[in-house]
Design a protein around this ligand. Sequence first.
Ligand SMILES: NC(=O)c1ccc[n+]([C@@H]2O[C@H](COP(=O)([O-])OP(=O)(O)OC[C@H]3O[C@@H](n4cnc5c(N)ncnc54)[C@H](OP(=O)(O)O)[C@@H]3O)[C@@H](O)[C@H]2O)c1
Length: 276
Amino acid sequence: MSNKKNNLQKPPKVAIIGAGNLGVAIAKGLATSLGADIIWLCRRHLSKIEMLVKDGFRLSSDVKEAVLEADYVFFCVQPQQLPDILDELKGVLNPQKQVLISTLAGMDSDRIQALLPHPFPIIRAMPNTAVAIGQSMTCICANDQVSPQAITQVQEWFGTVGEVMHIEEEHMKAATVLAASGIAFFLRYIRAATQGGIELGFEAEEALKIATATAKGAASLLMVQGSHPESEIDKVTTPMGCTIAGLNEMEYQGLSSAVIQGLKKSFDKISSIGDS
Ligand SMILES: NC(=O)c1ccc[n+]([C@@H]2O[C@H](COP(=O)([O-])OP(=O)(O)OC[C@H]3O[C@@H](n4cnc5c(N)ncnc54)[C@H](OP(=O)(O)O)[C@@H]3O)[C@@H](O)[C@H]2O)c1
């Protein structure tokens, strides 16, 4: 039975099951457009989020209570926690009324659907930790039960906490590697640049600040101007200069190759986790 009727009345109500790091960051982003008072936050240890009551959020440690009125139910728990939670919600979740949104890495919509009693509209969203400061790169995909309106709605919400891209589910593992793990990869480059800066004479804090601001500037050049990395590199590399000497040495040592091989290794790993 297809549910394409999930073009829901406004304003939609939201439940976030798993109000941990990601769940709370998403809730704060959603609250900027929806208001906090229609967002239920759910986790077992409520004392850890009780300070959010003053912001207007509704809190519960009972998953059934949290989802009862919700039109959109976000699942932001660890993958191994989902089966028990969905089991508890059997008979409470309603595929005619509710859209499920999973942020779980490595669990595709077929596997989530297999834990549910009826065909459900399921959206998967893969943000990264920069969601905490409203600068996530979030990729989303949807199964065939999801209405275009629901996809647009969820895209808009993730747009409040950064950039968002709607992709095919077959690319979700690659998105996890490039955007979610990608945070760690870029940070490792910044750490390496910091270590190099210290060897060149800066104090650690100075080197870190210079490396971090430079990384931000490099990314901003591409985002603001829409230019290609190589054309920006051309502007910095003068003939026989120091930049091209350093860049060519980095490539000789395998920089681009190491990055590409690392991404492929992460992809192989997430694929093997998903298969097992
Ligand atoms: N962090 C990110 O930036 C990020 C990015 C992409 C994807 N993800 C994915 O998003 C999910 C959440 O990540 P996270 O970093 O936010 O993890 P987290 O901080 O550990 O949050 C998970 C939350 O789930 C709650 N929880 C566990 N069992 C529950 C239950 N039965 N009922 C209600 N709440 C329950 C836990 O709180 P209690 O123990 O108090 O119940 C905890 O606060 C993971 O699957 C992760 O792979 C995270």
